[in-house]
Design a protein around this ligand. Structure first.
Ligand code: C5P
Length: 354
């Protein structure tokens, strides 16, 4: 028996970089959003005399040892004081079927870590092994990487701290998304260093606690106001009149994504990554499209530290024309859509999906 888990990607709807922290990380605020493109992670596990993990992949660029995020999360789970296999061990085989770029700002490696954890627990449950508690799972995920815990929530997720402190947000309506995949490598630690260097010289002594925190607060306020916009725009009263009760933040005819875009959300990494290659700016313009509201993107941004960029679109025609424009300039792309939380969880395990 084995369990195959869909390992979905994410984009960032706004990302503000704050001050550097004593642990070498940066404070940040971001709204993560899961999208429907995915890798496949297959896990086979059974209790055994000692713990062993064997990792394989169809993609030669995927590390097969402790550097791999899926390897790390499974190892930490087997070592966890709370895991039922502690002291007994388990024999674990993981196979990663790679469909997403290895280093693209789409969180693919981070999602693999959560998919492997979910696969492991499902496999061991068949042998009556006690599952991890929710908080323990989140702790392990944060230990593997800053943008791993978001995949234990799915949908629209607020990320603060170094990105690992996550909160579920009201879901945004399913929206078409075109992801552009330029063949440019971007190193996340280097992008953070470039950010520091840029702000060191432009502000005479670094991004101070106050200015850095201001950036985070600006984005937090934008997210909070956009996600409650349907209430504050008067739609709430109309709904009260109709005596209907709806899920928080989701009102007919009011798309919180539009409100979010109106706040002017940005990804701070664009400031340091775009000057490194003119292709980034060109792709952003191409994703944005002509002024015509029928085909123009609702929102375009770099995802994480890149190199992937994405556009969100209001119609299939608008998204298809963005794919065609990227094709014309020789840039590979993926046409997908945003994935709300419930659908994310329903689709996670292959074979029991919608
Ligand atoms: O957490 P993760 O392993 O993804 O981080 C990779 C690197 O990116 C860190 O070692 C650090 O240099 C940088 N980073 C950061 N601030 C964050 C997240 C990552 O400086 N909030």
């Amino acid at each position: 028996m084995s369990t195959t888990v869909r390992s979905f990607a994410k984009i960032n709807l706004g990302l503000a970089i704050g001050p550097g922290r004593p642990d070498g990380f940066h404070s940040l605020t971001t709204l993560y959003q899961t999208i429907a493109v995915h890798d496949l992670v297959t896990v086979e596990a059974r209790p055994a005399g000692a713990a062993s993990i064997v990792l394989t992949s169809d993609d030669g660029r995927v590390p097969l040892d402790e550097r791999n995020t899926a390897f790390k999360s499974v190892k930490l789970a087997l070592e966890s004081k709370r895991a039922g296999v502690k002291g007994v061990g388990a024999e674990v085989r993981i196979h990663i079927n790679k469909r997403l770029p290895v280093q693209g700002g789409l969180g693919a490696g981070s999602a693999n870590a959560v998919a492997a954890l979910i696969g492991l627990e499902r496999e061991l449950r068949a042998h009556c092994v006690t599952p991890l508690s929710g908080p323990e799972r989140l702790r392990i995920a944060a230990q593997v990487g800053s943008d791993v815990p978001l995949f234990l929530i799915g949908g629209a997720v607020l990320g603060v701290g170094r990105g690992e402190e996550v909160y579920p947000m009201p879901d945004l309506p399913v929206t078409l998304c075109v992801v552009a995949l330029p063949e440019i490598g971007v190193s996340t630690p280097q992008a953070f260093r470039d950010w520091d260097a840029r702000h060191d010289s432009s502000q005479g002594g670094g991004l101070t606690e106050a200015t850095g925190s201001d950036r985070l607060n600006v984005l937090s306020r934008a997210l909070a106001s956009a996600l409650c916009d349907p209430y504050s725009s008067g739609v709430f009263q109309e709904d009260l009149a109709a005596k209907t009760v709806r899920p928080a933040g989701l009102f007919a005819g009011a798309n919180p994504l539009h409100a979010l875009v109106r706040t002017g959300i940005e990804n701070d990494f664009e400031e340091v990554v775009f000057p490194q290659n003119p292709l980034f700016g060109e792709i952003k313009r191409v994703l944005a499209g002509p002024e015509d509201p029928e085909v123009a993107a609702l929102y375009v941004s770099l995802s994480g530290s890149g190199s992937a960029l994405f556009g969100l679109y209001g119609s299939q025609d608008a998204a298809a024309s963005a794919v065609a424009r990227l094709d014309g300039m020789g840039v590979r792309s993926l046409l997908t859509e945003t994935m709300p939380r419930e659908r994310y969880w329903r689709s996670l395990i292959e074979g029991i999906s919608d």
